[in-house]
Design a protein around this ligand. Structure first.
Ligand code: IPD
Ligand code: CA
Ligand code: CA
Length: 267
């Protein structure tokens, strides 16, 4: 299954590269005023979903652009066909495909492929996290002032109570730096690789975090929701870190109220 997922992600990556910097106005439409979807998102999803259906016809598929289907199966594939659509649309290299497999409610496999960065991350539950052949470990930084963090902001940030700006302000003053790369899956992969010491974000979706969160736990890090619980895949809020600075990040975040959830996603 892992080889299959890697193969499909690489195929989708080639498709994304084919459209990169070639999108016309009619290739981009709007799910919200900042929330874009391009012909590349749709074609990538079509390819991935078609390949999963061919190979595993009984499995459920949850895919961002709605092309998946619910089945009575212990297996569910979770697919972000293009994470970092705004970057992609503006010609920035930080975008990827994220594919995860859930078995009986637990993520057991993940692949994050960033074609322009030429990086393919993969992970299986209990078998470690890898960037290509290299086994990954999180960093061992234990203070915020020595930490490089990342976050992001919801597409609908002016409409939500938790717009993340106060969190961003506090942690910018505490940490060495806070990056905003524009691809949550790459942010998570970077925590697994030790390039970032921590990451947090609000209003993410399962397809943004499913593969990346397993990469981090298999690389020795820690992933929780903002209140320290385990509802980070479907709960729309996440803290991911090397473990050592986890509580230091949490201490600087406003509580995230479930009543403040939104169906819209971030950017
Ligand atoms: C977005 C990216 C971004 C994050 C957003 C996500 P998309 O995914 O991961 O970094 O801030 O919240 O929605 O829309 O490019 O697939
Ligand atoms: Ca995404
Ligand atoms: Ca996407």
């Amino acid at each position: 299954m892992l080889d299959f997922a890697i193969h499909v992600a690489v195929q989708a990556g080639e498709l994304l590269l084919g459209h990169f910097e070639k999108l016309g106005k009619s290739d981009v439409s709007f799910k919200g005023k900042r929330n874009l979807v391009t012909v590349a998102d749709r074609e990538s999803e079509e390819l991935i979903v078609r390949r999963i259906r061919e190979e595993y016809p009984d499995h459920s598929i949850l895919a961002e652009e709605g092309g998946g289907d619910e089945k009575q199966s212990p297996y569910q594939w979770i697919v972000d066909p293009l994470d970092g659509t705004i970057n992609y649309t503006h010609g920035h290299p930080f975008f990827c495909i994220s594919i995860a497999l859930v078995r009986d409610g637990e993520v057991v496999l993940g692949v994050i492929h960033a074609p322009l960065l030429r990086e393919t991350y993969h992970v299986q539950l209990g078998k470690g996290a890898y960037l290509g052949e290299r086994r990954l470990s999180v960093s061992d930084t234990d203070t915020l002032i020595n930490s490089l963090l990342a976050t992001g902001f919801a597409y609908v940030r002016e409409e939500t109570q938790s717009n993340n700006l106060a969190n961003f302000g506090r942690l910018s003053l505490e940490a060495r730096g806070v990056r905003r790369y524009g691809s949550a899956a790459i942010d998570l992969a970077y925590v697994a690789a030790g390039r970032l010491d921590g990451f947090w974000e609000l209003y993410l979706a399962p397809w943004d975090v499913a593969a990346g969160s397993l990469l981090i736990t298999e690389a020795g890090g820690k992933v929780t929701d903002i209140s320290g619980g385990t509802d980070y895949i479907y709960g729309q809020n996440i803290i991911a870190s090397n473990g050592k600075i986890h509580d230091l990040i949490a201490d600087n975040l406003d509580p995230f109220s479930k009543s403040d959830r939104t169906e819209s996603q971030g950017d």
